[in-house]
Design a protein around this ligand. Sequence first.
Ligand code: CS2
Ligand code: MG
Length: 432
Amino acid sequence: MNKSNHNSGLYKFENDISTNESPIAHLMKITDIKIFVSCPGRNFVTVKIETDKGIYGLGDATVNGREMSVAAYLEEHIKPCLIGKDAHQIEDIWQYLYKGAYWRRGPITMAAIAGIDMALWDIKGKVANLPVYQLLGGKSRHKIKVYAHANGETVEDTLDHAAQLIQEGFKAIRLQCKIPGLEGTYGTLEGKKNYYELQSNRPLPPEQPWDTHKYLNFIPQLFQKARERFGMDIELVHDVHSRLTPIEAAKLGKALEPYNLLFLEDSVTAENQAGYQLIRQHTTTPLAVGEIFNTIWDAKELIENQWIDYIRVAATHCGGITPMKRIADFAAVYHVRTAPHGAPDLSPICHAAHAHLNSWANNFGVQEYIGFGETALNEVFKHPLSLRDGYVLLADKPGLGVDFDEKAAQKYKYKRSYLPVTRLEDGTLWNW
Ligand code: CS2
Ligand code: MG
């Protein structure tokens, strides 16, 4: 680009180093991209983009159980393409990585793109000296409603846990309980009541049994007893973790109607999006899905047909802040709210990215919340989030507001870890 074309605008183009086909001149050159895989409690893939102005940005690229694939994708395939590029060109870089790879979508590609995208938004915020939510359009709200997890071995256990969370000020709670007659199930793994699929030193994926009949017979009681004990004010959520077929999910949604759930999550897998149409025809229980979606395309029919009420994509798994903003705007047209995934296998960088998006999006619904209790985690990541009375507060810091202690991270070495797999009692592999 000819220098004289862009000297008169808003920006001062000192150190103009336009060297390629970028639509505008380089403002800030990417000098290095570092990828860290660490395990402060569980594995995280962290991206750090450094620039010639000394400003750096951080992103989360963690795919639970497949961390090293994303790290290799970033190191071998993305990093060489971005060194020397203008860190301000978020949109162009996103499109370059998405369209330019030819091989679109998929969890590994999209997590790698997400790590870069978040880091670039972080840099832009730091340059502007503004929190990222300001760059998105400012705040729609000053606090972010969250739902916490109550898990237990029995109904009583689960409800005692919920009672404690209500006491702590939570306004919405997800209830998961061990199914009688089944050894362990989603939400109650290995006696770890708060972190249901925590990183451990398992050599291979553990196996859990599943029985739909036992599950469907049991879950309505859990919610009936919860309403008897807590009344109708507290908002309740349940995660089916994709274990049902559409007609079974429809049946469950109907059975849960008297207990007025905020939403029923992942009631069926969504590769076939029309499965949700069938559920929708039978129940007014609100439906949520999206934590494993990688792009807007995974949600397109669900949203435009109004088959769901909450879209649960995570910035780390759907390509970053850039596409998440697009998904939120698209969802708003169809009365669909956002409820970002908030599991502990997303790093505090992703949780911070969500807090900025949640502060901005007018159609934000609720944020899943696990908290940041682990000492090692807090030693490695300094984040801008705090909890008060069932709401997350976001401190005003430039960019995403997270810092990452590289030295501390080095102490916590990556450990290979797997999510469990599920089998029916006759041995058939099922959805975990
Ligand atoms: C869960 C996730 O939080 C949720 O809703 O479905 O914790 C999920 O099991 C994990 O993110 C898998 O890594
Ligand atoms: Mg879930």
